[in-house]
Ligand binder design. Structure first.
Ligand code: SF4
Ligand code: SF4
Length: 388
């Protein structure tokens, strides 16, 4: 596809709570903290190398409850399907789902379905996404501001042009709920199984939904963390609102989910952002920032830019210090999501008492909701998860 140009604000940004300034530059994936860990000596350390190695059983460190043999065994097993998909073209420089979009296993069918009602098609895609296992699905316009400037060839970590097809018009964003009981055990290797399980789920789901679209005769590119930033697409697709902990808070699962996406030219209608008041709540709450062991989250208002090259330029938002955050992950030899665990929105909103709390949190009495949350968010001992 042709090279997208950098561009600043667009109509609809205000509704989505997105503020893009004149300094905006599209983000280079080579600068994301996980990719930097492979080429940037200011990030790459023996600890970060041990972090990546720990996803093989022979290199797992053992440090007591939450980091035992079976904790790492479950975490590493949870990543299996994602790993199989990600590794299959790594020898060609494509670490798919992370540094490159997922290659199509299904050709675009020659016979194209005639679509005279894009609205009905959008409803159908949401039904199909749910059928394959997605917990949430929203659809937004293809916005090239959130595409990375390039993809990364993992053989030498160089930048190479995207190989996306021409004429993409929509992004289908899928949400995947993380296991509530495992999230309650962060930080632990056991909790990492909640992350790995959803990466494995999302790999299968985006590939299957994309295959369905390609079978209808349209382009569809399945994507996980690769190719572009999923968070602004999720917000624009109305799935939730951006929060201080850098996550999208949804009315269904709070921040407790991961997102994947499919780029397509299938004729679809687009959802609208749904601002409900999460930002106003985050303005009075700093639980995530207070709980972060390395002070990687800001406790003030949203700002433009960040502390290092892993922050996107020209977007006013809460931005973490990704270097500090990843240094803690490396120390743990597992991912951390304490800032997800302690968030007051980390609840099961299918329960009436939590639905009521949500109403309060998104209303002018949000301070009462914050006060009601004061004793929640405590860590479950990993051993208790195993014995329960
Ligand atoms: S993931 Fe952990 S280290 Fe990173 S910002 Fe959240 S609490 Fe801090
Ligand atoms: S912990 Fe509080 S400030 Fe942080 S994301 Fe959740 S609601 Fe917002």
């Amino acid at each position: 596809m042709s090279w997208p140009s950098n561009s600043a604000s667009k109509p609809g940004d205000a509704e989505a709570g997105i503020e893009v300034t004149e300094e905006f530059e599209r983000f280079a994936q080579r600068d994301d903290i996980f990719t930097r860990a492979f080429w940037d000596d200011s990030v790459r350390t023996p600890k970060t190398e041990a972090f990546f190695a720990s996803y093989r059983m022979e290199a797992t460190p053992r440090r007591g409850d939450g980091f035992t043999l079976r904790d790492f065994a479950l975490r590493n097993a949870s990543w299996l399907i994602s790993d199989v998909m990600t590794d299959r073209y790594a020898d060609q420089g494509r670490r798919e789902g992370f540094q490159a979009p997922i290659s199509a296993d299904t050709p675009v069918a020659e016979e194209k379905l005639a679509i005279d009602n894009p609205e009905r098609m959008s409803a159908e895609i949401k039904k199909v996404a749910k059928f394959f296992g997605a917990d949430l699905c929203g659809i937004t316009a293809f916005d090239d501001r959130w595409l990375y400037t390039a993809r990364v060839d993992v053989r030498d970590m160089s930048e190479v042009p995207h190989d996306l097809p021409e004429g993409l018009t929509s992004v289908i964003v899928l949400g995947h709920e993380m296991d509530k009981e495992l999230v309650a055990t962060y930080p632990s290797a056991l909790a990492g199984a909640a992350t790995g399980r959803e990466y494995s789920h999302e790999a299968a789901i985006v590939m299957q939904v994309a295959a369905y679209i390609r079978n209808l005769g349209y382009e569809a590119v399945p994507s996980m963390n690769d190719t572009g930033l999923v968070i602004p697409y999720a917000v624009q697709a109305g799935l939730g609102e951006y929060a201080r902990n850098q996550m999208v808070i949804t009315p269904e699962f709070g921040p407790r989910l991961r997102f994947s996406k499919i780029f397509t030219n299938l004729p679809l209608t687009h959802d609208r952002p749904r601002p409900r008041g999460v930002k106003a709540f985050c303005d009075i709450c700093t639980k995530c920032a207070d709980a972060c062991p390395v002070n990687a989250l800001p406790d003030g208002p949203p700002e433009v830019g960040g502390k290092n090259r892993s922050a996107i330029k020209g977007v006013r938002k809460w931005t973490s210090d990704a270097e500090a955050c990843f240094s803690f992950w490396a120390k743990l030899a597992s991912d951390c999501a304490i800032c997800m665990r302690v968030c007051p929105f980390n609840r099961d909103f299918s329960k009436p008492q939590h639905k009521l709390w949500l109403k309060l949190a998104l209303s002018p009495v949000r301070r009462l909701a914050l006060w009601l949350d004061r004793t929640r968010g405590k860590r479950t001992k990993p051993a208790d998860w195993w014995s329960s």
